[in-house]
Design a protein around this ligand. Sequence first.
Ligand SMILES: [Zn+2]
Length: 191
Amino acid sequence: MRQNIKKNEEQGWLPNVRKIPSPHFDQRPDKQDISLLVIHYISLPPEQFGGTYIDDFFQGKLDPSLHPYFEEIKELRVSAHCLINRQGEITQYVNFNDRAWHAGLSCFNGREKCNDFAIGIELEGSNEQPFTLPQYQALVKLTDYIMHHYPRITLDRIVGHCDISPGRKIDPGQYFDWKYYFSSLKSAKKA
Ligand SMILES: [Zn+2]
């Protein structure tokens, strides 16, 4: 068992979480350079939580006939490494060592194409409702894990999608509590 966990970790998959491999990924130009964490939100349909539409979307299996919004996004090929749903449950779609397609046109500290060197985490949410406590708790644990395994991701290299795609993206939005997130992260590190 311990052997398996170790193997998972080395191979870029989280131990003990739901895994739904997405076909929407490719190789990073430099596997050694994983040095940015990007926080996003997503809900499908917009403002609705629960169900498996996000899984379907990241797998390229979303049925466009089910909702007018699904019709609008049917051509998009996107993914994130992980999703944290409203209950704080984590699903991993893409191996951390591979490049997920979450940031799009983006720039961090003068460097473009953030997907090349970023890990993307989606929170199930929107700009209309606060995130849940279990989501923050899961995010803090996950961030701590990621920073441990990818030490180039330091506190000053954790950003929102809005920070790397300004004018184009607003997520994780007005309700994401950066102060609470960072203070919880710092206490988790001390523990
Ligand atoms: Zn985003």
